[in-house]
Design a binder for this molecule. Structure first.
Ligand SMILES: C=C(O[C@H]1C=CC=C(C(=O)O)[C@@H]1O)C(=O)O
Length: 424
C-alpha cells in the first residue's frame, strides 16, 4: 500500500516530494469510529486527538540511534514539503505516528499515513498526503465496517509464571537492600489467543470508553491506553505526566477514597514516585529555561488502579523536537529504575522478557517537531507471525520495601484494561 518503499533510511536518497493538504471539516463523529480495520493509527484522549490510515511512508530502525535516525528521516521528508494548511494547529499538516522499542533490539517505526483526521478545541480537520509532488485529492472519509469481536479469548503465562516472576521480584529486592541500586521496574507478559485475526478497533473502542483519562493509542500493532505522558512539546511549552506508586481499586468508592489517602502517605510509594519525577526533571532540565516541578504528587483515579502522579511543565530553551525530548527521557525511572544504567542491566539480567515496544515511547510528531509521546503501558502487541495472538504487558516499580506477592497482584490489576478490552 505504501507509496515509498520501507526504508531503514539510507539518508542520501533524495526525499520524495511531499505535499499535504489540511482542510477543516464539520464534526465527522468519534475519531475512533472513522478507522478502517487495517493499518489503523490512533492517539486519542477525551475524544480529541488524531487518527490515521493508509501508509504513505514508513521508517523502520533499530539500535541505539533509532530515535535520532527516525528524526532525521522525518526532517528529510518534511523539510522540503509543500504544506497547505488552513487550520494551523499542533497536529495539522504532515504527522507521523511512532512506536519505539524499549531496548536497542527490535524494530521501531515512524509512519506517515495517507489520511489523518484530527479533533481539538471544537475543531475537526483532515490532512491528505501525496508523495509525487502533486496536491493530494480532496479528502473523502471512507465508509468503514464495524469492528469485529475477537470471539473467545484465552490467556496464558508469557515468559514467566506468576510464582517465577515473584522470585524475580524477590531477587530485585535483595539487590536493592544490598545497595546495588535504588529502584528497578520489572515486567511480565501474558499471551492472548483469539479465534480470529484481532481487529484492533475492538479493544481501542473499549479502552477509550473505559479509560477516557488515558491516551488510547494504536501504532503498527502496538495498542493500549496509557495513563503516562512521557512528554508533550507544543509551541515552546514542554509538559510531562509522571506516574509511579500504585494501589488497586475496589468496587467501593468510599473505601477507594481511604485507599487514595493511604497511597498519598505511603513512604514506599512516595519513594518510588520521587525517583520517577527526579529522572524526568533531570532529563528535561538541559532542554528547558525554566521548569515547574510540584513538590507533592496528586492521586490519579483510573477505573482499575490509582497512581501517584506529578505534572511537570517547562519552557523549551532550544528547538529540540518532541521526539528528541522523548529520546532523552527514555527510559524514565517509571519504567527503568534508578540509577538508570544499573537498573537496565538488572532488567536485562533477571527479567527474562523481551519487552518489544512495551514501556517505550509511542505517539506522534508534526513537521514543526511538536507532538505527544506517551509511555506504552497498559498495552499489547499483536504477533506479526500470527495476528490472532497478542502479548499483554505490565510492570511494577520495585524498591526496598516491595513485597513480591503484592507486586504480582498489582501487575494483574494493570493487565485488566487490555484483558477486558479483548474479552468484553
Ligand atoms: C510499568 C508500569 O507502570 C508504571 C507506571 C505507573 C505506575 C507504576 C508503579 O506503580 O509501579 C509503574 O512505574 C506498567 O503499567 O506496566
Amino acid at each position: 500500500m505504501g507509496l515509498t518503499p520501507v526504508t531503514s533510511a539510507p539518508l542520501t536518497v533524495p526525499a520524495p516530494e511531499l505535499v499535504t493538504r489540511t482542510v477543516e471539516i464539520p464534526d465527522p463523529g468519534a475519531l475512533l469510529s472513522l478507522l478502517p480495520d487495517e493499518a489503523s493509527l490512533a492517539w486519542v484522549r477525551h475524544g480529541e486527538g488524531l487518527v490515521g490510515w493508509g501508509e504513505a511512508a514508513r521508517f523502520e530502525g533499530d539500535g541505539v540511534n533509532r530515535f535520532a535516525e527516525a528524526e532525521r528521516w522525518w526532517n528529510t521528508l518534511t523539510r522540503t514539503a509543500i504544506v497547505r494548511d488552513e487550520v494551523q494547529l499542533p497536529g495539522t499538516g504532515p504527522v507521523a505516528f511512532g512506536s519505539f522499542t524499549f531496548d536497542d533490539a527490535g524494530e521501531s517505526v515512524l509512519i506517515l499515513p495517507e489520511t489523518i483526521v484530527g479533533h481539538r478545541d471544537g475543531r475537526w480537520w483532515v490532512t491528505t498526503v501525496s508523495l509525487n509532488g502533486n496536491l493530494p485529492p480532496w479528502p473523502a472519509l471512507p465508509a468503514v465496517s464495524s469492528p469485529r469481536r475477537p470471539g473467545p479469548v484465552t490467556f496464558a503465562d508469557g515468559a514467566r509464571t506468576g510464582p517465577e516472576w515473584e522470585s524475580v521480584v524477590a531477587e530485585a529486592v535483595r539487590r536493592i537492600i544490598a545497595g546495588e541500586l535504588e529502584k528497578v521496574v520489572l515486567a511480565r507478559d501474558l499471551v492472548a489467543e483469539c479465534h480470529s485475526i484481532i481487529d484492533p478497533r475492538w479493544p481501542l473502542h473499549r479502552l477509550s470508553d473505559r479509560y477516557p483519562r488515558c491516551w488510547t493509542f494504536s501504532v503498527d500493532g502496538t495498542l493500549g491506553a496509557t495513563p503516562e505522558l512521557l512528554v508533550r512539546r507544543e509551541r515552546g511549552l514542554v509538559t510531562s505526566r509522571v506516574l509511579a506508586g500504585t494501589i488497586r481499586r475496589t468496587r467501593d468508592d468510599i473505601h477507594d477514597l481511604a485507599l487514595a489517602a493511604s497511597l498519598a502517605r505511603s513512604s514506599k510509594d512516595l519513594e518510588e514516585h520521587e525517583f520517577a519525577v527526579r529522572s524526568v526533571a533531570d532529563a528535561l532540565a538541559p532542554f528547558c529555561s525554566s521548569m515547574n516541578v510540584p513538590e507533592t504528587p496528586f492521586v490519579l483515579h483510573l477505573s482499575n488502579v490509582m497512581h501517584l502522579a506529578t505534572d511537570l511543565a517547562g519552557v523549551a530553551s532550544g528547538n529540540a523536537s518532541s521526539l528528541a525530548l522523548a529520546a532523552a527521557l527514555h527510559p524514565s525511572a517509571a519504567v527503568g529504575g534508578t540509577p538508570t544504567d544499573t537498573a537496565q542491566a538488572v532488567i536485562r539480567e533477571i527479567e527474562g522478557l523481551d519487552r518489544g515496544r512495551y514501556a517505550a515511547p509511542v505517539g506522534w510528531i508534526d513537521s514543526a517537531g511538536d507532538g505527544e509521546w506517551g509511555i506504552a503501558l497498559r498495552c499489547a502487541q499483536v504477533d506479526t507471525a500470527d495476528p490472532s495472538r497478542m502479548r499483554l504487558f505490565a510492570g511494577c516499580g520495585i524498591v526496598a520495601g516491595s513485597d513480591p506477592a503484592a507486586e504480582l497482584a498489582e501487575s494483574a490489576a494493570k493487565l485488566v484494561p487490555m484483558r477486558d478490552a479483548l474479552n468484553r
